[in-house]
Design a protein around this ligand. Structure first.
Ligand code: SF4
Ligand code: SF4
Ligand code: SF4
Length: 280
């Protein structure tokens, strides 16, 4: 029996690799994620490896629901995953896209602790908090929590992490995927909260700085008026009261204050916009 030709789909346009915190947000469910996105996400393996070309399983699920991506881009899900997606979405079964990688038995990361310098970059990269360690101390992988996603490998400056097959060999189960999803969501919420806390601290600091700049501007203005009252002509006026033809030289101190105030106000505005976007 000949397999039906796959329905034409628009070219895949994976999101550009997002900055870590934008990444955190896009991996969390949002109100607009309907039942179809959730049903697709429930099929995906939740390793967050990014081999599909998206920033994680949920972003890929959103693209699939919107018919912006084909169903064959998830190597950890394997052929069984493609078949499950085909069944759910009513699309023909197609072969896995080899450009995304090939399925492999479950692996776990292992750190050569003698070479680890404790830089914490792998902890930052791990989507499921499977690495423990503190700054300048050796790090260890909790093998039972590792999804085998490889994401900790590229940032390691010592190249001291390797992926080893889990022994005895075992499949990645639905229960494993659910556990990984919970750990991911816990981690991403913590990161979003940490950023909100940092924004609040930055906003308080910026407001304090603005207040300082306003006080300094008022002091300089008072000084200027004092000089004008004492006979020193204010800018733009000659001693006989006639206006100068030429433009008066700008007051460098006031200019510097205005420049710094604009910088602080812009920083505050950025914080406001981010908080509005986060719904804080
Ligand atoms: S597990 Fe599959 S869907 Fe999830 S990020 Fe990896 S390739 Fe994409
Ligand atoms: S330890 Fe490495 S391979 Fe394992 S889940 Fe974390 S980032 Fe992925
Ligand atoms: S990234 Fe590499 S060197 Fe840095 S803490 Fe992790 S294992 Fe150690």
């Amino acid at each position: 029996m000949t397999r039906p030709a796959p329905a034409a789909l628009p070219a895949v346009s994976p999101a550009p690799l997002p900055e870590p915190l934008a990444d955190a947000e896009q991996r969390l469910p949002i109100d607009t994620d309907g039942p179809l996105v959730r049903a697709i996400d429930a099929i995906l393996p939740q390793t967050q490896c990014g081999q599909c070309g998206f920033g994680g399983c949920l972003p890929y699920a959103r693209a699939l629901a919107a018919e912006r991506a084909p169903i064959n881009r998830c190597p950890p899900g394997g052929d069984a995953g493609v078949a499950a997606l085909a069944g759910l979405l009513g699309r023909p079964v197609i072969a896995l896209d080899p450009a995304c990688g090939t399925p492999r038995p479950l692996h776990a990361a292992r750190i050569d602790e003698a070479r680890c310098i404790g830089c914490t970059l792998c902890i930052e990269a791990c989507p499921v908090d499977a690495i423990v360690g503190t700054s300048k101390a050796m790090h260890t992988v909790i093998a039972a929590e590792c999804t085998g996603c490889d994401l900790c490998l590229p940032p390691c400056p010592m190249d001291c992490i390797e992926m080893v097959p889990v022994q005895p060999s075992q499949p990645w189960t639905r229960a494993d995927a659910e556990q990984a999803r919970l750990r991911l969501q816990h981690r991403e919420r913590r990161r979003v909260q940490a950023r909100a806390d940092q924004d609040l601290r930055l906003a308080a600091k910026a407001r304090h700085k603005l207040e300082e700049l306003r006080r300094e501007a008022a002091r300089l203005e008072a000084l200027r008026q004092e000089q004008a009252a004492g006979g020193t002509p204010p800018f733009g006026q000659a001693r006989d009261g006639e206006a100068r033809d030429d433009e008066p030289p700008p007051d460098p101190a006031q200019q510097e204050l205005a420049r710094r105030r604009i910088i602080v106000e812009r920083a505050l505005e950025r914080v406001r916009q981010r908080r509005a976007h986060d719904g804080a």
